[in-house]
Write a protein that binds this ligand. Structure first.
Ligand SMILES: Cc1cc2nc3c(=O)[nH]c(=O)nc-3n(C[C@H](O)[C@H](O)[C@H](O)COP(=O)(O)OP(=O)(O)OC[C@H]3O[C@@H](n4cnc5c(N)ncnc54)[C@H](O)[C@@H]3O)c2cc1C
Length: 386
């Protein structure tokens, strides 16, 4: 069997793994990055880019290319039962160097992949981590590659393998939390209406007792009147088709894009007809899907030589555009510490500061987005936008 060595193995080539690998390579660290998928997913899951993430990408030397392809995100227009609610302007103090921006996640991943290739490193696709073991010096990772089984010995492993992380399971980290029962539909469409461009649009309809029972969220994307729209899947017999409350098999994490029929243009048009405050026509559907949401937080971000980052460590409702942004900032925090540890110049405890600094951020994001999903957030809380 093929056995090889590297300094750091990054598992997962989503936005977080790509950031970790690029930052390690920028610092001259030997790094390999694997992903079980043969090709990247073509979806605009994460769209909202936070100013702090743009600062990180500036430090990485990537921000110019991001801003060339992104569009500014100006704020949010809210409508409740057809009536205009408070209009939020995403204004920031002058000393903050960047504004909010919108960029589909597949474009973000493409830009990060190109940036990583500039360091001579390419994602090893069709390569799945099956399991890992560690001792005092190394982590031994078992991989299934297109050429057959392989073993890679790494000084450190960074698990960026998403909500269903095998790295997290291999190191026995608890991922406590729960699933929201609702399923959401997602689509990438053009919406023809006379609402101003550059703003997210959130439309809500409530039942007699004030609880939201119909919702439409439209986030602008680069392109002509292009939006990523999300809405509730109407409850029906399909919900219980798999026999579980949250739609996941027992013991599985119910989070992210799920199986099931995505909405077609007629479905999206029907939601617009019900909820849009202005006459609106949907067209040019690029893709659609169904997704579920859970809220969970890893109890440890580090076990020995293995670290967790991104959705492998924290998942939560997408409100406020924080999942990918938080994960990118995790990876940025970790990479320079690993580089110093590998050079033998890290202070005692430096690697432990990764958990100490990033776990409270994950806890705050999970808590805040869950409070918002339960309707407990302040109306003017900027993180409720998107
Ligand atoms: C509808 C929706 C809207 C969202 N909107 C936003 C937003 O506006 N802003 C925001 O910041 N976030 C948003 N998010 C969240 C964001 O999409 C995630 O937080 C982000 O994708 C996490 O990135 P990641 O790299 O940690 O994990 P992922 O993107 O899940 O990538 C993990 C990768 O690991 C690979 N992998 C898994 N297991 C293995 C294995 N065993 N071996 C090898 N490879 C493996 C997978 O193939 C995958 O490519 C949204 C999410 C959803 C569902």
């Amino acid at each position: 069997m093929d056995e090889a060595e590297t300094e750091v193995l990054v598992v997962g080539a989503g936005p977080v793994g790509l950031t970790a690998a690029a930052e390690l390579r920028r610092r001259g660290v030997g790094c390999r990055i694997v992903d079980r998928l043969d090709r990247p997913q073509p979806y605009a899951k994460a769209v909202g880019i936070q100013p702090r993430t743009l600062e990180v990408w500036e430090a990485m030397g990537l921000v110019g290319r991001v801003l060339d392809e992104a569009v500014p995100l100006l704020g949010q227009l809210a409508f409740v039962d057809g009536e205009p609610g408070p209009r939020l302007e995403l204004e920031l103090p002058a000393e903050v160097p960047y504004r909010f921006a919108a960029l589909p996640q597949d474009t973000t991943e493409r830009l990060l992949t190109e940036h990583l290739a500039g360091f001579g490193t390419w994602v090893e696709r069709g390569t799945e981590l099956l399991g890992l073991e560690q001792d005092d010096d190394r982590v031994r990772a078992e991989l299934a590659t297109p050429d057959g089984p392989a073993v890679l010995r790494a000084r450190y492993v960074v698990g960026c393998d998403g909500a269903h992380s095998r790295v997290r399971r291999a190191i026995g980290v608890d991922f406590a939390g729960d699933a929201f029962p609702e399923r959401y539909m997602l689509g990438d469409v053009e919406v023809d209406w006379d609402l101003p461009g550059g703003y997210g649009v959130r439309c809500l309809r409530r039942t007699g007792d004030g609880a939201p029972d119909d919702v439409l969220v439209c986030i602008p994307l680069p392109g002509r009147r292009r939006y990523r729209v999300s809405m509730l899947v109407p409850s029906g017999p399909e919900d219980a088709a798999d026999g579980t409350a949250d739609g996941a098999a027992a013991g599985e994490v119910a989070h992210g894009l799920a199986g099931g029929r995505g909405p077609d243009l007629a479905d999206i048009q029907a939601v617009l007809d019900r909820l849009s405050p202005r006459p609106a026509t949907a067209g040019a559907l690029r893709w659609s899907s169904v997704f579920r949401i859970s809220h969970r937080l890893a109890d440890r971000y580090r076990v020995g030589r293995v670290f967790l980052a991104g959705d492998a460590a924290h998942i939560h409702p997408p409100t406020g555009a924080q999942g990918m942004n938080t994960g990118v900032q995790d990876a940025h925090n970790l990479a320079w510490k690993l580089a110093l540890a590998l050079r033998g110049v890290a202070a005692e405890g430096l690697l432990d500061s990764y958990h100490a600094e990033r776990h409270p951020v994950g806890a705050e994001v999970v808590g805040r987005t869950v409070r918002h999903a339960r309707g407990e957030a302040d109306a003017d809380d900027l993180t409720t936008v998107l």
